[in-house]
Structure formats: structure tokens, C-alpha cells
Design a protein around this ligand. Structure first.
Ligand code: SF4
Length: 93
């Protein structure tokens, strides 16, 4: 099965180095998001929809993906018909 380009290796906000381990977070590109809600169906444990069908809980800094949900998060990214959802790595404090 072909992989959706948005599901490729997450981008990095911070370079390598010491510090807390990087975690995955979901980020929505609001310019692309069309509010179809497919992402919430794929990752209902982490994403909810507002009354217009746009995902909530994924602010500009992203919504952290809890351990054990990485695979579901990648599926959500791959399922987005607008390629508006992506995974990034960020460091927790
Ligand atoms: S699946 Fe993509 S386009 Fe649809 S609501 Fe989620 S992020 Fe937006």
C-alpha cells in the first residue's frame, strides 16, 4: 500500500542534542483543513470535532500524541483528504 506523503517521517522543530526526549504531536494546517473530520474518526482517542467538523485539541503548538497511539496518529495523518494534518516532533519540558 502506498503511503500518503503527509504520513512520512515527522518533521523536527528542534535539532538534536541533550534534553527531554522528543515526542510526537499533531498539527493542523488550518489553511488546508476542510473540516471533514476524517482525522477524528481515525484518532478518536485524541481528536474531537467542533460543531462545524473541525478538529479541536490541536492548537498551533500541536497536540501531543500519547504513547501507544503513534500508529493511530499516523493513520489519521494518512487519512486526511486535504493533507492538512501532520506529525511533528517536539520536546516536552
Ligand atoms: S481530516 Fe484533515 S481536512 Fe478533515 S478535519 Fe481532519 S485535518 Fe481537517
Amino acid at each position: 500500500m502506498r503511503q500518503h506523503p503527509a504520513a512520512a517521517t515527522p518533521t523536527t522543530h528542534e535539532g538534536p542534542g541533550s534534553g527531554p526526549p522528543a515526542r510526537l504531536a499533531l498539527v493542523v494546517d488550518w489553511q488546508r483543513c476542510t473540516g471533514q473530520g476524517v482525522c477524528a474518526a481515525a484518532l478518536g482517542e485524541r481528536l474531537d470535532l467542533d460543531r462545524w467538523g473541525y478538529p479541536v485539541g490541536v492548537g498551533s503548538r500541536g497536540a501531543e500524541v500519547p504513547r501507544g497511539l503513534e500508529r493511530a496518529a499516523r493513520l489519521a495523518v494518512a487519512s486526511c483528504p486535504a493533507a492538512a494534518l501532520r506529525l511533528v516532533r517536539h520536546r516536552t519540558a
